[in-house]
Design a protein around this ligand. Structure first.
Ligand SMILES: Nc1ncnc2c1ncn2[C@@H]1O[C@H](COP(=O)(O)OP(=O)(O)OP(=O)(O)O)[C@@H](O)[C@H]1O
Length: 282
């Protein structure tokens, strides 16, 4: 039987931000970074999400896993402040979410870079939206691009980049203003299998260097098991959380680990959990 208790890990100290923004809260405050209380979402007559309550600890990597249409993106967009819950409450850093927040970065399925801007200017775009000084953030942008192995492409236009490179640039853009929380909605789903594996390892490297709290939406069981500290399995619509599974595999993780029995045990367990929760779906 797999362990299925909430993850209580706290983050290592974040590197000092190279900007004047308030630093993310330190570890072990006792307060979860993201808290959902009785969250429900109804679209017209359709109940998409039913009564989800959930705490996500500071620095955790948590995946929302479930089949297409179960409500994963809706839940993520509510945490991002881009969709309002019908009832219930969402808090990030202790504050009720009422709209998009500067301490939350979002990475969408498609990288949506502005085609006429260079990679560097795309990464700096949130800085402009937040009316912060671009000059102050330039160095940080170059550091992020170097971390994402894109330093040589800072002056390139998005069309000169591969899909994987564009998605890495979008991740840099989401990190530029040093948000404490990174929300990712199936960011690798358009990539081929090899690039997807490479990007997963890359994301874990970036996450470990920056110690963000990550909420990652996927319908890939393997991807969820490989990346996460904790996988939340979502049941069919109206979505509820059917299982909360701690992935107790060592870090740093390497793709070779996906061939090990311990990894495959988690994959089998997650698959059974999804199958059981969707067995009587119409
Ligand atoms: N703006 C909207 N208006 C009406 N219904 C919506 C809206 N957004 C989502 N829904 C419905 O809510 C349900 C959940 O959709 P959602 O996109 O959150 O699922 P998902 O699990 O992310 O799916 P996928 O993996 O295919 O992206 C679906 O039945 C969808 O049709």
């Amino acid at each position: 039987m797999m362990p299925s208790q909430p993850n209580g890990r706290t983050a290592a100290a974040s590197p000092a931000p190279a900007d004047p923004l308030p630093a993310p809260p330190g570890p072990a405050t006792g307060t979860p970074l993201v808290r959902l209380s009785g969250v429900r979402k109804v679209f017209n007559q359709l109940e998409a999400i039913r009564n989800i309550s959930l705490d996500i600890g500071d620095g955790a990597f948590v995946s929302l896993l479930g089949p297409s249409g179960c409500g994963k993106s809706t839940l993520l967009m509510m945490i991002a402040g881009l969709v309002r819950p019908t009832s219930g409450e969402i808090r990030v850093n202790g504050e009720v979410v009422t709209g998009p927040r500067a301490d939350v970065g979002v990475v969408f399925q498609s990288p949506v870079l502005l085609p006429w801007r260079t990679v560097l200017d795309n990464v700096l775009f949130p800085v402009e939206l937040l009316k912060l000084s671009k000059a102050k953030y330039r160095e940080r942008a170059m550091e992020l691009l170097a971390m994402a192995k894109l330093a040589d492409f800072a002056g390139a236009l998005p069309r000169e980049l591969s899909g994987g490179m564009r998605q890495r640039a979008a991740i840099c853009r989401a990190l530029i203003h040093n948000p404490s929380t990174l929300l990712m909605d199936e960011p690798f789903s358009a990539l081929d299998a090899i690039t997807r594996d490479d990007m997963s390892v890359e994301l874990l490297r970036i996450w470990q260097a920056n110690r963000k709290t990550v909420v990652f939406v996927t319908h890939s069981i393997r991807e969820a098991a490989f990346l996460s500290d904790r996988v939340l399995v979502m049941g069919r619509r109206p979505a509820t959380l059917v299982e909360d599974i701690t992935i107790d595999l060592p870090r740093p993780r390497h793709i070779a680990m996906t061939e090990e029995e311990s990894f495959n045990g988690y994959v089998r367990h997650l698959r059974r959990s999804i199958e059981a929760s969707h067995a009587d779906a119409p």
